[in-house]
Design a binder for this molecule. Structure first.
Ligand code: CA
Length: 241
């Protein structure tokens, strides 16, 4: 059995929420997107990406493969570029995407940009996705430490986004979920504000998934909430129904 919850909060500084998420348990699909672009373009981009991915996966059902999930993200890229080309107000819009397609016990994961998927297993929080950011892809090879990466002025500079160009690099991952495993999807308004150790402490605590998700958002707000904050939690329960 799968338990899940999603939460999104505008934060304490921004006037609009360009993050979006969707949970479609009957499809086994969970998607988080963090949009960017002027005016309402960022919101359009994240929502359009999510709508496209849901539609693609729904039409592909019952096929649930990593390839189909990656193709869904590529289709979202195409749709965003097309919409942007039709409307000057939307020019340059883009979005991150992190998407999970469950075919229990398998979890297929696709990612573009710096939204993340984590696996919380046996008390340890592990990063599954690798950020497509300047600090991660270039800064790290120049010797930046984890702490420097977390605070670097270029930490938000993406090297890839859905809607950025015709051909994008979609990162893909596959893992086997054990009973009790928990997946966390997060936007950088969460993991850029709270360190992994802080998020692990919240996930270790008592309470429902919804309470844990609320606590993650509260902690990001307590640290100033400089950006939109979004989390999706997905857990394979210990007891199979
Ligand atoms: Ca963000």
């Amino acid at each position: 059995m799968i338990e899940h919850v999603g939460i999104s909060d505008v934060g304490c500084v921004r006037s609009s929420n360009e993050d979006a998420y969707i949970v479609e348990p009957e499809l086994g699909l969970f998607v988080l997107a963090d949009g960017m672009g002027g005016a309402q373009a960022g919101e359009r981009a994240s929502r359009l990406a999510i709508e496209t991915i849901v539609q693609y996966v729904r039409e592909a059902a019952p096929i649930k493969t990593l390839e189909s999930l990656v193709q869904a993200v590529r289709t979202a890229n195409h749709n965003i570029l097309q919409q942007a080309s039709l409307n000057p107000d939307l020019h340059g819009m883009g979005t991150t995407v992190v998407a999970v397609l469950l075919d229990v016990p398998l979890a297929h994961i696709a990612s573009v940009g710096d939204s993340r998927a984590y696996l919380y297993r046996a008390g340890e929080l592990q990063r599954i996705t690798s950020d497509q950011t300047w600090v991660n892809e270039i800064g790290r090879s120049l010797g930046l430490t984890e702490e420097q990466i977390h605070t670097h002025p270029f930490r938000n500079v993406l090297t890839m986004a859905v809607g950025a160009r015709e051909r994008i690099e979609v990162r893909s991952y596959e893992l086997r979920l054990e009973p009790g495993d928990l997946l966390l999807l997060s936007s950088d308004g969460l993991h850029g504000v709270i360190q992994d150790t802080g998020m692990a402490q919240v996930l270790a605590g008592n309470g429902s998934l919804a309470e844990k998700a609320s606590r993650l958002v509260e902690q990001a707000r307590d640290r100033g909430g400089p950006d939109n904050i979004t989390a999706v939690l997905i857990r394979r329960t210990e007891q199979e129904a």
